[in-house]
Design a protein. Structure first.
Length: 419
């Protein structure tokens, strides 16, 4: 009996198995986060894991296309696994144009990326997120940030920080420096600002063709500011943008703790489709972003042909769980019923039925264990009570219920369970 080799016993690289305690922890996250989205009037959607490859590739951008799980089905269709939920939602809305706008949807589901697995980076993982579709109001921007903040708070991550930027601000800054044509390389460099030393980030820009002087100016402009300071900076770059941003900040001021919000021009985010505000959320000293999002006003039009402003965020659920230390939730068994012979089986079933109807979980011994072994097994699987229905109990018309935590035993009339 050698079985399969060890590597086949483990999940495919970058993926994981969820045993019950881990799965119940995930379920708890799902309940907590879902309740927040619901409380803001968002409604849950689900879509197929498999999408037309063309749909996925359309908005993905070069970097992300490389990360798509791609395959052909037996009929030769080119397909892929979704790498986020924003694209599937955009596709769904492209043939549901008559839904009243704005649409508020949320999801909690699996996505797939053929990325290099490492700590906090998986190939199959869960995302929780919302999409607010059909509004370009800065109030929509503030609402989505507020839902993100409320979600992190509810998940037990009250030590969060949201770093916010606006892609238009970076673009205006580049314009003002006469460097608009270097947008891509500047985004790429700024994206590395948190990870690399100054010299290297400036280096990425100069290698991309920028002068050292301008590259350093951009680097220095991309420091952290309070949101109020950011309004001043943006107003100087572009009064109209400053005014919109001012409103956004006012709405945020009324709805979230502003001290947990920072303006940071180095937050550009990888995905190509962002057009306005972008943000990333961090929790405590957990190194990786637990969530991110922003406005993507051009994306939905790509699918439907109808320009539709929209924004959203996605939280990496495994990362959030790790950041708040929620790894396992044990689910105890309420009752374990032990009988000594088959004649008592019908009573065990009746007792179990009654208890189950009352919302309890109940297991009936399968008839292979001695009382001692059953007792040990019940303790190991975390049963709260052991019910014993033996000949003596049946003669007395009772069942014996042993509380395994308190180590107390009571008898209850069998008739209580037969009604
Ligand atoms: P993104 O839109 O790519 O920033 O993804 C949103 C969030 O999903 C990120 O902030 C992460 O928390 C999470 N995430 C992204 N990629 C991965 C991955 N490969 N493994 C686990 N979580 C991820």
């Amino acid at each position: 009996m050698s079985g399969v080799p060890d590597h086949l016993r483990r999940p495919v690289r970058g993926m994981r198995d969820w045993l019950p305690p881990q799965f119940y922890a995930l379920r708890r996250m799902e309940e907590v986060l879902g309740a927040v989205a619901e409380s803001f009037g968002y409604r849950r959607v689900e879509t197929p894991v498999v999408e037309h490859f063309e749909v996925l590739a359309k908005k993905a951008g070069e970097e992300v296309v490389k990360e798509i799980y791609y395959f052909r089905d037996k009929a030769g269709r080119e397909l892929g696994l979704r790498f986020d939920m924003t694209v599937p939602v955009a596709r769904v809305l492209s043939y549901n144009l008559d839904l009243p706008r704005p649409v508020r949807w949320y999801y909690f589901t699996k996505v797939f990326r053929y990325d290099e697995p490492q700590h906090g980076r998986y190939r199959e993982f869960y995302q929780f997120g919302v999409e607010l579709i059909g509004s370009s109001s800065p109030r929509a921007d503030a609402e989505v940030v507020q839902v993100l903040a409320a979600s992190l708070e509810a998940a037990g991550a009250s030590n969060y920080l949201v770093k916010i930027n606006d892609r238009r601000a970076v673009d205006k800054l580049l314009e003002s420096l006469g460097a608009a044509q270097y947008r891509d390389v500047v985004y790429k460099a700024l994206d590395k600002k948190l990870k690399l030393p100054r010299e290297e980030v400036v280096g990425i820009m100069t290698e991309g063709g920028l002068s050292r002087e301008v590259a350093e100016k951009i680097y220095d402009a991309a420091g952290e500011l309070s949101l109020e300071e950011a309004v001043d900076v943006l107003s100087k770059l572009d009064p109209k943008l400053g005014a919109t941003y001012g409103k956004f900040v006012k709405y945020l001021e009324a709805s979230v703790p502003l001290e947990k919000m920072r303006f940071d021009m180095s937050i550009v985010r990888g995905l190509d489709y962002y057009t306005g505000i972008v943000f990333e959320a961090f929790v405590g000293d957990y190194r990786l972003a637990v969530g991110g999002g922003g406005r993507y006003d051009d994306l939905l039009g790509l699918y439907s042909g109808v320009p539709t402003p929209a924004l959203g965020f996605a939280v990496g659920v495994e990362r959030l769980m790790e950041a708040v230390g929620l790894q396992a939730v044990e689910k105890p068994l309420d009752y374990y019923i032990y009988i000594f012979d088959d004649d008592a089986y019908k009573y065990a079933v009746a007792v179990a039925r009654k208890l189950r109807a009352g919302g309890h979980s109940v297991v009936i011994e399968l008839g292979e264990k001695s009382l001692k072994d059953a007792f040990e097994y019940a303790l190991k699987i975390g049963a709260r009570h052991l019910i014993i229905i033996g000949r003596r109990e049946l003669e007395k018309g009772v069942v014996k219920i042993r509380d395994l935590e308190k180590r107390e035993e009571v008898e209850r009339p069998l008739s209580d369970f037969l009604a």
